[in-house]
Design a protein around this ligand. Structure first.
Ligand SMILES: Nc1ncnc2c1ncn2[C@@H]1O[C@H](COP(=O)(O)OP(=O)(O)OP(=O)(O)O)[C@@H](O)[C@H]1O
Length: 294
């Protein structure tokens, strides 16, 4: 019996290279003994619905082809279910943070081979309220930029779109916000600029922003940038690029498997680069929740 796989692809992701390669991708997966069928997403949110349908229809493998936004939607739908098909990823987005954390090849045919060879491992999934994330939950400075950079602009300009949108918002970017983060072994209560709760080390194209984050360690890595001025931030970005930011007093970094977040004002939550509602409530890690080809 051939394994039934459903490919859910976002043709608007990254540099829109996926559809042109689709015949070769299908051929490659079929060559590995997979019986494949496809769904092209029609709009934001459609990948989540398509993944729900794939589970209902008994597919054993669901392949997310796109960037982190597409993987976020697919992984979220799988994570909600009791019976969870294996997750494959064909990275064709702009940042592809999760694919990089998993060490997947950027070449789509080679990524098909990873799925075809059938080697998998268990991956942790983060949960905030009733929503899921695979890379990062974030709030504060710069995080609003990612979901406000329209996907067409991101496709055309790649990473530059984030920065273009960031510059446009400079005025409001550096406003600190009060927050309380309570984990089983600490309480952080102060004014901060940025909160990152990371499951993987690569975030927004920065490879080592949360350097100790591991997709399968059953823990979340919390990186807090304390209230700081523009000059401090410039120094911090330099420290990030040198991989020295964890030694900086303006940064707090710790690990936890659960926490309760209470912001002092309404804050937007960004999940894997997508709009995630309002920040607050319980955040936890679901250890080994998804089986992923890697
Ligand atoms: N047919 C579509 N038209 C417009 N937007 C879509 C469509 N299908 C999906 N989307 C949305 O496109 C957005 C971007 O997708 P995705 O994250 O996969 O690519 P990316 O932004 O290029 O990559 P990355 O997140 O890795 O930087 C997501 O918010 C997704 O919901």
């Amino acid at each position: 019996m051939r394994t039934r796989a459903r490919i859910i692809y976002n043709k608007t992701a990254g540099r829109e290279v996926f559809e042109g390669q689709l015949p070769r991708i299908l051929e490659r997966l079929e060559g590995h003994g997979l019986e494949t069928s496809c769904h092209s997403t029609r709009c934001p949110g459609d990948a989540a619905n398509a993944a729900e349908e794939a589970v209902d229809n008994g597919f054993e493998v669901v392949i997310a082809a796109g960037g982190d936004g597409t993987v976020h939607e697919v992984a979220g739908s799988l994570s909600r279910r009791e019976h969870r098909p294996r997750l494959g990823i064909l990275p064709c987005g702009t940042s592809n943070d999760l694919a990089r954390a998993l060490g997947l090849p950027r070449n789509l045919l080679e990524a098909c081979d990873v799925i075809g060879k059938g080697c998998t491992s268990r991956m942790d999934v983060g949960k905030v309220g009733d929503q899921y994330f695979v890379n990062v939950a974030a709030a504060g400075v710069m995080t609003e930029v990612t979901y406000e950079a329209p996907s067409r602009l991101k496709t055309l300009l790649g990473q530059a779109a984030y920065y273009a949108k960031g510059l446009e918002k400079l005025g409001s970017l550096f406003r600190p916000f009060g927050i309380r983060v309570e984990t089983p072994d600490r309480v952080v209560e102060e004014e901060i600029l940025l909160l990152l709760i990371a499951n993987s080390p690569s975030i927004g194209g920065f490879d080592q922003l949360a350097p100790h984050a591991d997709i399968s360690d059953g823990r979340l890595d919390v990186l807090v940038v304390r209230k700081a001025g523009l000059t401090d931030l410039v120094q911090l970005v330099r420290a990030v690029l040198r991989g020295e930011h964890l030694r900086d007093d303006r940064i707090l970094y710790f690990q936890a498997d659960q926490m309760v977040i209470t912001p002092k004002e309404t804050m937007k939550l960004n999940l894997d680069g997508e709009w995630g509602g309002e920040l607050s409530g319980r955040v936890e890690i679901l250890a080994g929740h998804l089986e992923v080809f890697c």
